[in-house]
Design a protein around this ligand. Structure first.
Ligand SMILES: Cc1cc2nc3c(=O)[nH]c(=O)nc-3n(C[C@H](O)[C@H](O)[C@H](O)COP(=O)(O)OP(=O)(O)OC[C@H]3O[C@@H](n4cnc5c(N)ncnc54)[C@H](O)[C@@H]3O)c2cc1C
Length: 287
């Protein structure tokens, strides 16, 4: 039998998981965990409910904190997708949240749960890496921030401890930055991505001031090649440059093959979607 414990504080939630010695797990929306339990892929005695946590400032909120956009650990993907702040400051993240699964999933699933699940075929992780976001965790005693790019370490694996509670995500707000996310799904739009492309850029006098291109769902962790994107800095993001970056990303990627596509197919979808995502940020910079 599985016991459900509702926690009012972050420290209580962390203690419940830590004391469970591997048999207790946090549960946010339950969209991933309950499926795994039903399929008997995880063995859990205690589900530690975190939606009721009341002592973490901004736990259920999305707010601007100085030059950071804060998204609390209790925030659902539907709330991320619908937030005017996220749509204004980090449109790629709003877009990624809006294309996860279906409306029933997005209404229950949290961004924190999506991060902790670390499924390679997810939409938000590549975006968080492209935005240089940090994942803020509570270990029962103190908080620490871990760069999203250091969180995802392998298939379904993060650098966080089992008892690290994700209390929020901090997205740096950079003046003049633009971003885009393209999800390519090969079976149905409700399916997880076959390829995801997240682009974030800043332009100075029409030239690229900074550029990040991150690919999701092609291997265990989000993939980026700064040595390719940095060659665009100082140049206009014109069609030949976008095509070159897309070709180089397609050459650099080492895609897996699974039910959503072969390695060859994924490589070609990287080529097409990197170019299109770059076109989107170039167009939004012109607006
Ligand atoms: C039908 C379906 C379609 C989907 N399609 C997509 C898709 O297209 N794209 C995509 O990206 N994702 C997709 N998903 C995955 C979905 O995004 C995740 O299941 C969801 O985000 C997980 O969040 P949750 O709050 O429900 O997590 P839960 O199921 O509650 O937990 C998931 C994991 O995270 C841990 N956890 C939960 N909250 C915290 C926390 N605050 N701190 C630390 N650990 C925590 C749990 O212990 C568990 O290991 C789909 C899921 C379903 C069921």
């Amino acid at each position: 039998m599985v016991t459900f414990v509702r926690c009012a504080t972050a420290a209580d939630a962390v203690a419940a998981v830590r004391d469970g010695d591997g048999t207790a797990k946090f549960v946010g929306g339950g969209t991933a965990l309950v499926l795994l339990l039903q399929m008997r892929l995880v063995q859990v005695d205690t589900l530690v409910g975190v939606r009721t946590i009341g002592d973490v400032p901004g736990w259920s909120g999305i707010e601007q904190r100085g030059n950071v956009l804060w998204i609390g650990g209790g925030v659902t993907l539907a709330e991320v997708a619908g937030s005017a702040l996220v749509r204004g400051y980090a449109p790629s993240l709003a877009r990624a949240a809006s294309v996860v699964g279906n409306v029933r999933v997005r209404n229950a699933a949290t961004l924190a749960g999506n991060i902790a699940e670390a499924d390679y075929a997810s939409d938000p992780p590549a975006v968080l890496v492209s935005l240089d976001a940090s994942v803020v965790v509570h270990d029962g005693a103190r908080q620490r921030a871990v760069l999203a790019r250091d969180v995802f370490t392998d298939f379904y694996t993060t650098s966080l401890d089992e008892s690290d509670l994700v209390i929020g995500v901090a997205v740096p707000l950079v003046d003049g930055s633009v971003s885009a996310y393209r999800k390519f799904a090969s079976r149905s739009m409700e399916d997880r991505p076959c390829v995801g492309v997240a682009v974030s850029a800043r332009f100075e006098d029409g030239a690229v001031g900074a550029l990040e291109v991150v690919i999701g769902a092609v291997s265990g962790t989000p993939q980026r090649w700064p040595e390719i994107t940095e060659r665009a800095w100082g140049r206009r993001l014109a069609a030949p440059l976008m095509a070159t970056i897309a070709d180089r990303y397609a050459d650099a990627v080492d895609p897996i093959a699974d039910i959503r596509g072969s390695a060859w197919y994924r490589r070609e979808m990287v080529r097409v979607n990197v170019r299109r995502a770059l076109e989107e940020v170039a167009a939004s910079a012109d607006d």
